[in-house]
Design a protein around this ligand. Structure first.
Ligand code: PLP
Length: 411
């Protein structure tokens, strides 16, 4: 029988729990800096103009329908998605070393990748599934998701709280000491939650160490275009790993939730990059990925994939999308600078420059759990306990107020 003895009630998910506290808060000047979703300068969700155009095209096309997609997804979407992240002339594409499959956004991509690696990524030195190394800290769902699949998690140092910068030595040391054949989960750009990305020089050292350790790189690309506004720049690390002389296997998990503003439509893909061309292996990998999809969701959702496919495959829409990325990333970047300037103007104790230097949707503010709690209770400004703020929640109407509230809780 069912009982609360064998079904313990779990606490709400920290992020979605925060969202519901925010929704229930009746204060008119409340501010949501919790969830990682873009908001426009009035604080509202934004449907990208490129998405609106694509929706129009799709709904007026003669073969608009709601049929099932194939198990592996909408091929014109997965092919174009691979070109976006890897580059049009990626060696992996040209040399036919790539296996792609559609997923339920980035989370689904990580899930498929994790399950696949657990079952099939074997190291020469151990029969056990690989350890998966995640950054300290990382997106909280990484840990829950991989543990759920049955993978063992290890962490590598990333954020140095004292200097508010990358602990590169700690990171490289962890790669060196990891058992050969481990999986290193790397945030392709706009690291969540810190907003801190390695520089190109640092990336070269990280990739070299991954290769020397005989490891696999699992890239999580959830924010391409969000850091710099440029799809190319934000794919630099992934392309460097795939296209240079490295000889390690690479898996890329790709989400269009943020960069196409298609959060609820669950548009994503997994790309497995094999070090050598091997047609039989390509087919075997695709067959196993397909089995995971068939058993878990049968076939992926069609609507969002069709929209994103139209955007990626229609030059005018692609151009509009690239403008939309600049709109979003530059508004966020402006808010970073404004918040830093407001805090500096107020003379708020501490240093705040890191907020304007960080990238992507989030900032690791350095605020303590007690300060975060006071921000929520006293001021109705909501951010997660780690001090991570979603900068997209700031706008010209609330940024000064938020700075004043931060000032009050810091003093
Ligand atoms: N990876 C990271 C680092 C994220 O921050 C997120 C979303 O917040 C995801 C993956 C997955 O998002 P989604 O499943 O909505 O694509």
């Amino acid at each position: 029988s069912f009982s609360t003895q064998n079904i313990p009630q779990l606490p709400p998910d920290p992020l979605f729990g925060l969202k519901s506290r925010y929704t229930e808060d009746s204060r008119s000047n409340k501010v949501d800096l919790g969830i990682g979703a873009y908001r426009d300068n009035s604080g509202n969700p934004w449907i990208l103009p490129s998405v609106k155009l694509a929706e129009n095209l799709l709904q007026n096309s003669k073969d608009y329908n709601h049929e099932y997609l194939p198990i592996s997804g909408f091929k014109s979407f997965t092919d174009a998605a691979a070109r976006v992240i890897l580059g049009d002339d990626s060696k992996a594409i040209v040399q036919d070393r790539l296996v792609s499959i559609q997923s339920l956004s980035g989370t689904g991509a990580l899930h498929i990748a994790g399950k696949f690696l657990k079952d099939f990524y074997v190291s020469e030195s151990s029969a056990e599934p690989p350890l998966i190394y995640v950054s300290q800290p990382t997106w909280a769902n990484h840990i829950q998701l991989f543990e759920y699949i049955g993978l063992k998690i290890a962490t590598y140092p990333y954020w140095d709280a004292k200097t508010k910068s990358l602990d590169l030595d700690g990171f490289l040391d962890a790669i060196k000491k990891a058992p050969q054949g481990s999986v290193f989960l790397l945030h392709a750009t706009a690291h969540n939650p810190t907003g801190l990305d390695p520089t190109p020089d640092q990336w070269l050292k990280i990739l070299k160490a991954v290769e020397q350790g005989g490891h696999l790189a699992l890239f999580d690309s959830a924010y391409q275009g969000f850091s710099s506004g440029s799809l190319e720049k934000d794919a630099w690390a992934v392309r460097e790993a795939v296209d240079k002389q490295y000889r390690f296997p690479i898996v890329v998990c790709q989400s269009f939730a943020k960069n196409a503003g298609m959060y609820g439509e669950r548009v994503g893909a997994v790309h497995v990059v094999l070090p050598d061309h091997d047609a039989a292996l390509n087919k075997a990998v695709l067959s196993q990925l397909s089995k995971i999809v068939r058993s878990e969701l049968s076939n992926p959702p069609a609507y969002g994939a069709k929209i994103v496919s139209l955007i990626l495959n229609t030059p005018e829409l692609k151009k509009q999308w690239e403008e939309d990325l600049v709109t979003m990333s530059s508004r966020i970047s402006k808010m970073r600078k404004t918040l830093t300037a407001e805090l500096e103007n107020l003379g708020t104790p501490g240093t705040w420059k890191h907020i304007s230097e960080q990238q992507g949707m989030f900032s690791f503010t350095g605020l303590s759990p007690a300060q975060v709690e006071r921000l929520e209770k006293k001021h109705g400004v909501y951010l997660v306990g780690s001090g991570r703020a979603s900068i997209a929640g700031l706008n010209e109407g609330n940024v000064k107020h938020v700075a004043q509230c931060i000032d009050e809780v810091v003093r």
